[in-house]
Write a protein that binds this ligand. Sequence first.
Ligand code: BG6
Length: 494
Amino acid sequence: MNEKHSKPSMLSVVVLGASGDLAVKKIFPALFSLYCRKLLPASFHLYGFARTEMSDEAFRTLLLSHLTCRYTPGESECQALMEGFLGHCSYIAGNYDDADSFERLNRVLEAAEPADGTTKRLFYLSVPPFIFEPASASLHRAGMLKEIPGTRQCRLVLEKPFGRDRASSDALTKDLALLCAESQIYRIDHYLGKEVIQNLMALRFSNLIFEPLWNRNNIEHVRISWTEEIGVEGRAGYFDQYGIIRDVMQNHLLQMLALVAMEEPANLHPESVRDEKVKVLRSIQPVCFKEIVVGQYTAAEFRNRQRAGYLEEPGIPADSRTATYAATVMHVRNRRWDDVPFLVRAGKAVNDQKAEIRIRFREVPANIFNASPTPPRANELIIRVQPDPALSLSVMTKVPGLRMSLHKTELNLSYASTFNATIPEAYESLLLDVIRGDKSLFIRDDELAASWDVFTPVLHALEECIIKPQGYAYGSNGPSSADALAALHNTVWE
Ligand code: BG6
């Protein structure tokens, strides 16, 4: 269409909970990066909404303290960009369940929107989970979620935790369904926005060499490991209510597993991709009590500093049973994966900071090199999400020389040295997709339900104390029983 005759259009982004950490450290900086890369439309405005009374000026100063020019290094240009961006930001104080506050917000939005044009409204619920429903209901009551065909689109963005188990998650899904259509809801799992995770589909389905091997005939096991060196640091209140399974496993790690295990979608349409994810999630057996180890970190010296144990952290009840570590074996019961163990672990306060997927292939049958002094080792494909995103494939190679001696070597693809580009932050990618209306990287309602089914029984068992966390020293490799679990499958956690 000729630009001259197209209707004026406007993007309004409202971040509820705008004074919180997620908003100021992640959401606004990501929107700023999109602005720097000219990926926001010509007409846009960003509104912060929260309970704290704050002037526009104070809000802009708060945002400024977290903005960095990741894509535009020059200092003077950077300053001009920041000023330009902050000129599009304003703040409204209000209560999440107060009709007047939302009517006021609506009037502000309408005043900025073109009367004869199109509008896209994004509402990002960067608020604690118990506010999801009241805040969405307030938006609904003020008529702010109502779409007008050809004129106004409204999207609701929210981020885990979506409930505590299958039943509470279903209740939230049902509540939201009364307020807006599923097509308007964007459930974020920020790991899906990470570059290496987005590459999983490209790696599997755009290369000839992996897919024929990607099955129980050739793969011995899959390990997905996520560890952090830090404890709960400043997030005690949230973490103690949820624990590591709900915080990381049921979402980030299960999503990685789904992308590794799913079948090839018919095409790249968001529904085709999500259909395949739902299908594989439904093939995963609920985690069995006997195949899970949970742990809680205890005080120890780590990296030359004495660290508090979980129970000594400020804000954690002295008798808390919340798990800060979990390791389990998951089983995907379908023709492709039957009998291939998927070992998954997540731990806080352990000796490494890493997120990685390892695909261990089977040994070469009747390998003619078996008798050599350096017997061959199975190939392994390592997909490192962070730090230093990389792909590496171990292959057996003859060591140069006059003897036939084999050595396990790595074919390495490091993102830093291969791609001369700034890697987008997960939130940049996800927010751009919300603006464009691409739902491939967002969790659908049935996908959410299927992921809760995998963990709900074991979460209830933990609550009923059928399974108890074992202590592990801060900075260790986790509880020893987790090593024993890996050893049962002839492997170790690395
Ligand atoms: C969040 C969890 O979803 O992901 C945190 O709540 C965790 O506990 C964080 O630390 C890790 O995200 P990233 O992007 O730093 O790996």
